[in-house]
Design a protein around this ligand. Structure first.
Ligand code: ATP
Length: 588
């Protein structure tokens, strides 16, 4: 891999003072200022530099995962990065994004099933996962769950090794790692770097960032790139770095870890007696690089342009997807069920739904249409409110948990977005449908609603349909609004607004605002529930012992009954439409 004059800038918005006219001014910030280098198979390149020097940005750019204003030339075996290359490149991000409820083996077997070529059988893929578990020393914890947050699982070092193992699964010729040792003790760090060193010796190219390697680690790196505020200060063999800096006048005063010395220099700290300030020292080092190293690095890159290296996978024809859509769907569906089984039927969720069902049953105990019609109308109103609001919030939170995983796996080209979306939608169905069904059965008999099978099943159908519709709305909100707090606030406002046109609050709705009823899932499901319980054309006793038709219930009169077909069509459009919005929002 070669990279020449890589520069990257971003536009940052500067928020101005309280009374300024132009509150938001856009300003350009240069993050990478022309970085050049080359790394060959069997080499391990490490990027060193203080926090904020641009290591992660450069690594992301080299790994083909950085959008925006990227200038310069990055080639892999003389070819630019392509989508097909994703399946031959491993990228281990700084944060480990893993499913907390899966075991180490499950995690890696699912990765193998998704990432290994379709020419291998399931058994061969599982065996490959087992081999990687052994290779990365994870055998001891292979049956333990990953854990995370309050859920106790494997240790931080083991988690990092699982992340590396996921990328190792595809036997990548090029492996990028962002801070693979951060937060780990020195022995574990050493073990991880040693594993990477072995991988490099096996013919792979390893590129990584690291914060503060010990001297033992430092001497394992074949090449070092030192960065300071986006500028290169050194590129070359790690063992030559001290000689280079002493040749430009910077010598460590005491014997010290070379990595510490380089980091001090990148921070503008030198150990000689000169009284230069930090900015001046950094400036001197940047100029020294340009004068002494820049040309030789560029010529090294140039001389390599026409050579195509025989990486271990050179003969492998790169394919965009390693498995078919159906295989991806199958694996994602089974993985989703396993990962979500804990949250789907959690004791808290079941208990709260049962509690509300029993409370409703007691409050509306055996209300009949001859004496308590108004009460029943109120109950149906509550029904819709509860089973519209609850699924909306379940939907909003779905992507807050999955988004990081989706981003990571999609960046590696593991599956189609459509196979994920379908697997997630179908995998969630049991929870989406079972709890409202249980709620409906309990309350239906306790409240004493219309006992005919037709009324029961049509009522249940309406309830489940509106639950699916509301879940779709929640998914759309959660996918469009990334910030979970803003998404929840928006969901609250929207579901409360849905209550307005349901006929309970205002009966004399002006004509020009009557359209609002068409956006409210509540009013659709409410009308359909009414139709499932009371037959149009039949008389019922409502307020002040008057008898009236369903069409004349106060609550219905205000917005009118449009007929069954209208409601079913409208809800179907919402059910599909909201999911399409969510799907396209996730594509961004
Ligand atoms: N989207 C962004 N908006 C604003 N600043 C950004 C953005 N991306 C990167 N930066 C800035 O670019 C600089 C380099 O960031 P980068 O994450 O590459 O540094 P780093 O060397 O990896 O730091 P660390 O070691 O702390 O991870 C930082 O000053 C950071 O604040």
């Amino acid at each position: 891999m070669q990279f020449e004059d890589v520069a990257y800038k971003i536009n940052i918005k500067q928020v101005g003072g309280f009374l300024k006219k132009n509150d938001a001014e856009s300003q350009e910030k240069l993050i990478l200022k022309g970085i050049t280098g080359i790394v060959l198979p069997s080499e391990m390149l490490v990027m060193l530099g203080p926090s904020g020097s641009g290591k992660t940005t450069l690594l992301t750019a080299l790994g083909g995962r950085l959008g925006g204003h990227l200038a310069g030339n990055i080639t892999y075996n003389n070819k630019p990065f392509s989508n097909a290359m994703k399946s031959n490149t491993g990228f281990v991000a700084q944060d480990d994004v893993l499913h907390p409820h899966l075991t180490v083996t499950e995690t890696l077997v699912y990765t193998a099933l998704l990432r290994l070529p379709k020419t291998l059988t399931k058994e061969q893929k599982s065996q490959h996962a087992e081999a990687v578990i052994t290779q990365l020393g994870l055998s001891r914890c292979k049956d333990s769950i990953i854990g995370g947050g309050l859920l106790k699982g494997i240790s931080g070092g083991e988690r990092k090794r699982v992340s590396i193992a996921q990328e190792m699964m595809i036997n990548p010729s090029l492996l990028f790692l962002d801070e693979p040792t951060s937060g780990l003790d020195s022995t574990t760090s050493q073990r991880i770097v040693f594993t990477l060193w072995e991988l490099a010796n096996g013919g792979r190219t390893i590129v990584m960032t690291i914060h503060q390697p010990s001297s033992r680690l430092y001497y394992m790196f074949h090449k070092v790139l030192l960065l300071s505020e986006g500028n290169p200060l050194y590129f070359g063999k790690g063992s030559n770095a001290l000689d280079y800096f002493s040749s430009v006048g910077f010598v460590p005063s005491v014997a010290m870890n070379p990595a510490d010395f380089l980091l001090d220099l990148a921070n503008g700290i030198s150990f000689d007696d000169s009284c230069e300030d930090e900015i001046a020292i950094k400036q001197t080092l940047v100029c020294s690089y340009k004068e002494n190293l820049s040309e030789s690095v560029k010529s090294e890159v140039g001389s390599d342009h026409n050579q195509v290296h025989d990486s271990i996978d050179h003969d492998k024809k790169l394919k965009r997807w390693s498995s078919t859509w159906c295989q991806q769907f199958d694996v994602l569906f089974r993985r989703g069920l396993k990962e979500r089984r804990h949250e789907s039927f959690s004791v808290l969720k079941i208990a709260q739904v049962l509690l509300v069902a029993i409370l409703c049953g007691l409050l509306w105990w055996q209300s009949d249409t001859s004496r308590h019609l108004q009460d029943q109308l109120g109950f149906l109103f509550f029904y819709c409110g509860f089973w519209v609001t609850y699924p909306v919030f379940l939907g909003i939170f779905t992507f807050s948990q999955d988004r990081a995983m989706l981003r990571k796996e999609r960046a590696s080209g593991m599956y189609h977005l459509s196979s994920y979306f379908m697997a997630m939608t179908l995998g969630d169905l049991p929870m989406d449908l079972v709890l409202p069904t249980v709620f409906f059965i309990i309350t239906y008999w306790m409240v004493g609603l219309n006992p005919t099978p037709g009324s029961f099943f049509s009522g249940l159908f309406v309830l489940l349909y509106s639950v699916l519709c509301s879940k779709g709305l929640g998914l759309a909100i959660g996918a469009v609004i990334v910030d979970i707090e803003s998404a929840s606030a928006f969901g609250t406002v929207l579901t409360l607004t849905f209550f307005l046109p349901s006929g309970f609050y205002v009966q004399n709705v002006p004509v020009f605002i009557r359209w609002i009823k068409y956006i409210s899932i509540n009013q659709y499901s409410y009308k359909l529930l009414l139709l499932s319980q009371y037959k149009p054309g039949e008389t019922y006793t409502c307020g002040n012992n008057k008898t009236c038709l369903v069409e004349h219930f106060d609550i219905v009169k205000t917005v009118g009954l449009d007929g069954l077909a209208t409601y079913v069509v409208a809800m179907t459009i919402m059910l599909v439409g909201y999911r399409l919005i969510a799907y396209f929002a996730l594509m961004r």
